[in-house]
Design a protein around this ligand. Structure first.
Ligand SMILES: [Zn+2]
Length: 271
């Protein structure tokens, strides 16, 4: 079984600074433990849902925006047992590792040096993580080095489409996956540049030859939050036939050979 646990579902500057929805990204438990987009709160929320960050094997960061990479360094410290042993893999956009014209790198030399390996791949590159293989996928975002992935597993493929505008090439990269996790930031009729809206995802799903079994909407922006993402999910499901969920903190997807089930975990209590 593959388990995906969301430590947040928020995205965009206003949801991030208010924490109306938390912004911790998500955790994949396959043959290895992989953390994806550790935004603000990733460390705290990992513990809240009993996902020991010391047991991570790899961290994937799609791009150098704070809602995706804020907790990266502290998650590396966890993965490396307090930066005391050299272990773990970082797969990240070039902007995360090297910075760009307006951003310093999101990870210090100190943290890079305790990792076993660092990848800043191009779309099409393949990276093995245990029994799984990650194929890096392209985007069109204001951070032009932003990357997504399609993960090949024994239980079928899982795709992550992070912040991006819609473009037709996305279809080929993500067609036929079982679970599609996508940053659907804006509701119907309220699209903005460099991000997907409900209209974009509907168009994309309609154009796919083989639609996903399940879509999980994440990176909920403020406009989406107030438009009611659950209503948008119902609409997407009604017009495309694709089972659609809205991510939230503690939302867990369990992928088995012939079944995909979901549940929402209760936060652990610390006494
Ligand atoms: Zn972004």
């Amino acid at each position: 079984m593959i388990e995906i646990t969301f430590l947040g579902s928020g995205g965009g500057r206003f949801i991030t600074i208010t924490q109306f929805r938390s912004t911790g990204g998500f955790h994949i438990r396959a043959s290895r433990n992989v953390y994806v987009d550790p935004g603000p709160g990733a460390l705290v929320r990992s513990w809240r849902y009993k996902l020991d960050p010391r047991r991570l094997d790899a961290i994937f960061v799609s791009h150098r925006h704070v809602d995706h990479c804020n907790d990266l360094e502290v998650m590396i410290e966890a993965m490396t047992g307090g930066a005391l042993k050299r272990r773990g893999v970082l797969i990240a956009s070039k902007s995360v590792v090297y910075g760009d014209e307006t951003h310093t790198p999101a990870v210090s030399r100190y943290h890079i040096d305790v990792l076993e390996s660092v990848h800043t791949p191009e779309p099409g590159n393949k990276i093995s993580i245990g029994d799984e293989e990650m194929i890096i996928t392209p985007t069109q975002h204001s951070d032009p080095t932003t990357i997504g992935f399609r993960m090949k597993t024994a239980y079928g493929d899982i795709s992550y489409i992070p912040d991006t505008a819609y473009f037709d090439e996305l279809l080929g990269w993500h067609d036929g996956v079982r679970v599609l996790i996508a940053a659907v930031t804006r509701p119907r009729d309220m699209g903005i540049p460099y991000h997907l809206s409900t209209d974009d995802i509907v168009m994309m799903l309609k154009k796919m030859d083989k639609k996903p079994e399940v879509l999980v909407m994440s990176h909920i922006g403020m406009k989406m939050h107030f438009a009611n993402p659950y209503k948008e999910a119902k609409y997407i499901e009604a017009v495309t036939g694709v089972k659609t969920y809205v991510a939230k903190e503690g939302f867990k997807v369990m992928i088995e050979k012939d079944d995909i089930s979901v549940r929402t975990l209760r936060p652990a209590r610390f006494v």
